[in-house]
Design a protein around this ligand. Structure first.
Ligand code: FMN
Length: 323
């Protein structure tokens, strides 16, 4: 549904072109210093404006509606709202009849029997990740000194990110990207075997980020090509430090004290300004669609901070569960 976590629980709400979007955080302990300024750095990292991102610019000003008093959390649910101010809904009218290939117009219509809000992608929009970034700011404080750093490593398979962006912009196309995330300082012994393994919980929330199509830990899919003698990470210290980190810091679903390493594959934006052949569900014939609206040519540019936030939320939940 729209909630994640058991002990540090977040609940997202909103649409791209509705009144606004936000998050409600339950289970945050009292007494954590929290002011509006704390959100600025991470919200700015998610903002559009750079080459290859959408021309839709929003203020993204958080409004804290509950759970904070005199710049400290109170222990009550924290509700954070972001109002939508810069919408242009007329761009989306055609997508009911001619759903965008790769987007959620068709599957969302089927799921909600046509009652879904199609404007700007509605509840499927990347705009809903604003609340995740805001909750991530709170979660990062809770899990400190655990540190999470995510960076965009490649776009379209190339490390020359700017050149690749210019290439697809010139072609009126979009492009995917690879994000590398490293979590350091997570105490050994966090997580569980089976269903609540560190991999399961982290990948559950990472796959919830719109556009994420792949998540791998440590050597990931390369493990399938390796021998045990290559993949095994030998222990080299009493703290459990390992010589290599092919397991990505996780054995049996439980952290082993080494860095958790995660790669995240982000698909190319589905809305593209090029003509695409696709089905018209009104005329019941093949048609040509050129997606209007304002879109990111490369959503991966804006996702590293969302990956950090989502990971922080998952780790806060796992660490509270451990307590
Ligand atoms: C920050 C962010 C911005 C996004 N911007 C766009 C966009 O401008 N156009 C678009 O088609 N998809 C965009 N997406 C991706 C869609 O929301 C996503 O592809 C769609 O909901 C379908 O989900 P899926 O790709 O996970 O299957 C964005 C995602 C994120 C996280």
């Amino acid at each position: 549904m729209n909630s994640f976590g058991r002990f540090f629980r977040v609940h997202i709400f909103g649409e791209s072109h509705g009144e606004g979007t936000g998050i409600c955080i339950d289970g945050c302990p009292e007494g954590i210093p929290l002011s509006l300024d704390d959100f600025t750095a991470d919200l700015n990292r998610r903002k559009s404006g750079a080459r290859g991102t959408t021309p839709r610019i929003e203020a993204d000003m958080p409004e804290i509606l509950s759970g904070v008093y005199r710049d400290c959390t109170t222990g009550a649910p924290i509700t954070i709202l972001f109002r939508n101010e810069n919408t242009r809904s007329s761009d989306y009218g055609r997508f009911m009849a001619v759903p965008r290939p790769g987007h959620a117009d068709f599957s969302g219509y089927k799921k909600f029997n046509g009652f879904n809000d199609p404007r700007g992608g509605g509840h499927f929009s990347g705009r809903i990740t604003l609340g995740i970034v805001a909750a991530g700011v709170v979660a990062k404080k809770i899990i400190s000194p655990v540190n999470i750093e995510a960076v965009l490593a490649k776009v379209g398979g190339s490390e020359d990110i700017q050149a690749k962006i210019e290439e697809v912009l010139a072609e009126n196309d979009s492009v995917g990207g690879l994000i590398r995330c490293r979590i350091s300082g997570l105490p050994a012994g966090t997580g569980n075997p089976f269903f609540d393994s560190v991999e399961s919980v982290l990948s559950h929330i990472l796959f919830s980020i719109p556009g994420v199509k792949g998540v791998e830990f440590g050597a990931g899919f390369d493990a399938a090509n390796m021998k045990g003698s290559e993949h095994n990470d030998s222990f080299v210290s009493p703290e459990g430090e390992t010589l290599t980190n092919n397991a990505g810091g996780i054995n049996g679903g439980i952290s082993n004290g080494n860095d958790i390493t995660v790669n995240i594959a982000v698909k190319p934006t589905s809305s593209i300004g090029r003509e695409q052949k696709t089905f018209n569900f009104e005329t019941r014939e093949m048609d040509v669609l050129k997606a209007g609206g304002r879109h990111d040519a490369c959503i991966a540019l804006r996702i590293p901070v969302i990956v950090e936030a989502a990971s922080a939320i998952a780790l806060a939940d796992l660490l509270f569960a451990k307590k």
